[in-house]
Design a protein around this ligand. Structure first.
Ligand code: ADP
Ligand code: MG
Length: 507
């Protein structure tokens, strides 16, 4: 008798059975039906424990009573040690009361030995059900994990921002203290404060790069494949009262993004929709091309349910972290979905009518070159190996920030608040490998400073920060022997790193 449905693969089946003949009868019958399986027979607690210790079997088939051991004991042990493994009683003496109690105690089914026709299909069904439950909890676990990471990222991002503001004075005040006092004790204290500030900033930076590091890489995501995967994953959570419809306009439809992240968004929206339809209904996911506001076309993914819908208050708080109306909700699904969609240059909109249902629209740009991932760009910029960088800037905050950022890139930093301080520095410590100078420093201008440096023998490169209005070399042009790179303000750290690396010709 061939078994219905997809083959279940080679199975490991435990038979808790004292009669060798009965065990053979059962295994023969299962093998004849087309099941592929290996059987292990035991009739004692020790035997069962040993077999379970070797790993989870696909199913346990157990007799009700054996000398010195009982089917109920076996059931309790299996439920305790392997709660997901299905358990079927196969007994000659199973009365109706016993059967009811068996199911109550957590057995998946019961079969009467003398009427064994039902055995193969009951075994196959129990295994299929157990596997689908396992798949569902795997999907849910995965989602929970992603959402926990998301909340961590949110916390870290918020914390980094606040910490930066708090640490700011620690970077500026020490310079001010040094300027106001020659007392070596006071300068040493200032150094201690500056060092703590620098370390604090480094920690904040590494926290932020950790958060950004959790960003995924970008690839071409084909909608058809994405929908197939989402369909498979949602199926395990889909009650029979809900009809799932997946519609993709054509198989060419694709966006730049990360498959796993987009899948996470659709699962989030899909599960929300399923949870909003306790009485059933239709869940529709549709991907189409729609005209974009700025001309051309964009992708629209629509997730539509016929569920409870939302009132105005819920709609307003939907994307607030930790906002949930569910007893077991995390309130992070939509926050994280929005972050993912927006990071791809897209947008999420919602329409909902209480009592009728909800429609989430995801708009995503089609065929657009994504802005290069900040983190990847930073990784490609070569870092320094202790080259000496002199930064001359009269704005104390920018000076400190540049100093900190560049020293975290592996350079040795010297900071000067004006041209005079820079010249003093050369007398004490010699010339640097590269000089980064603000084009608007007062008194000694950038051009004059470079000329002085040239006179002292400096032939290295110079990076000059230039504001929108003021030309850096309006009065004094730079000496011909010095290569000048101009960096426009406002500054972006990545561009500064790049300019310094280029100027030093490293990498
Ligand atoms: P969670 O699902 O953990 O509650 P979400 O961020 O995914 O967190 O959703 C936040 C809240 O938004 C939900 O608790 C629910 O009140 C509401 N919501 C989201 N999607 C739907 C929907 N399709 N229908 C009705 N309410 C929804
Ligand atoms: Mg959710």
């Amino acid at each position: 008798m061939p078994l219905l449905g997809v083959p279940l693969g080679p199975l490991r089946i435990l038979l808790v059975e004292d009669s060798i003949e009965d065990a053979e009868l059962i295994s023969d019958q299962l093998l004849e039906s087309g099941l592929e399986a290996q059987f292990e027979r035991m009739d004692s607690e020790a035997g069962l424990l040993a077999a379970l210790a070797q790993g989870a079997p696909d199913i346990v088939l157990s007799d009700l009573s054996m000398p010195g051991f009982s089917g109920y004991q076996a059931l309790h042990i299996v439920r305790e040690l392997r709660p997901r493994v299905p358990f079927i009683f196969v007994s000659g003496t199973m009365g109706e009361e016993n059967a009811v109690e068996a199911l109550h105690e957590g057995a998946s089914d019961y079969i009467i030995k003398h009427l064994p026709m039902r055995l193969p299909s009951a075994v196959a069904r129990a295994i299929r059900e157990a596997r689908s439950e396992q798949e569902q909890s795997r999907v849910e676990d995965e989602l929970m994990r992603a959402q926990r990471l998301e909340s961590l990222a949110l916390l870290a991002a918020g914390l980094s921002h606040d910490l930066r503001n708090i640490l700011q004075p620690l970077l500026i005040v020490p310079d001010l203290i040094r300027d106001r006092s020659d007392d070596p004790k006071v300068t040493r204290l200032a150094d201690v404060i500056a060092e703590s500030g620098r370390r604090g900033h480094e920690m904040v930076d590494s926290m932020l790069s950790f958060v950004r590091g959790s960003r995924q890489s970008s690839e071409r995501v084909c909608m058809e494949r994405l929908f197939q995967a989402v369909g498979l994953l949602l199926k395990s959570s889909l009650p029979s009262s809900i009809e799932l419809r997946l519609e993709v306009e054509d198989e060419q439809l694709a966006v730049e993004g990360n498959f796993t992240e987009l899948q996470q968004v659709l699962i989030n929206l899909g599960l929300n929709a399923i949870q909003a339809m306790p009485d059933g209904g239709q869940l529709r996911l549709a991907a189409t091309r729609v005209p974009a506001a700025e001309g051309g076309e964009q992708l629209c993914i629509r997730v539509v349910d016929q569920g409870t819908g939302m009132d105005e208050t819920t709609l307003q708080r939907l994307f607030t972290p930790f906002f949930t109306t569910k007893s077991a909700g995390t309130g992070l699904g939509l926050v994280s979905s929005r972050r993912i969609i927006e990071s791809l240059g897209g947008a999420i909109t919602v329409h909902s009518t209480p009592g009728q249902g909800t429609c989430f629209d995801l708009q995503l740009p089609l065929n657009v070159q994504l802005p290069a991932d900040e983190q990847a760009a930073a990784a490609r910029i070569p870092v320094g190996r202790g080259q000496r960088v002199l930064v001359v800037d009269d704005e104390a905050m920018r000076l400190s920030l540049l100093g900190n950022a560049l020293s975290s890139q592996g350079y040795r930093l010297h900071l000067a608040i004006d041209g005079a301080a820079a010249l003093r520095h050369f007398q004490e410590a010699g010339l640097p490998d590269v000089v980064l100078v603000d084009g608007e420093i007062p008194l000694l201008s950038a051009g004059q400073l470079l000329a002085e440096m040239h006179a002292l023998g400096y032939r290295g490169p110079a990076i000059v920060l230039e504001g929108e209005s003021a030309r850096a070399f309006a009065k004094t042009p730079p000496p011909p022997g010095i290569r000048v790179h101009v960096l426009p303000k406002p500054l972006e750290m990545q561009r500064v790193f790049r300019a310094v690396a280029d100027a030093l010709e490293i990498g």
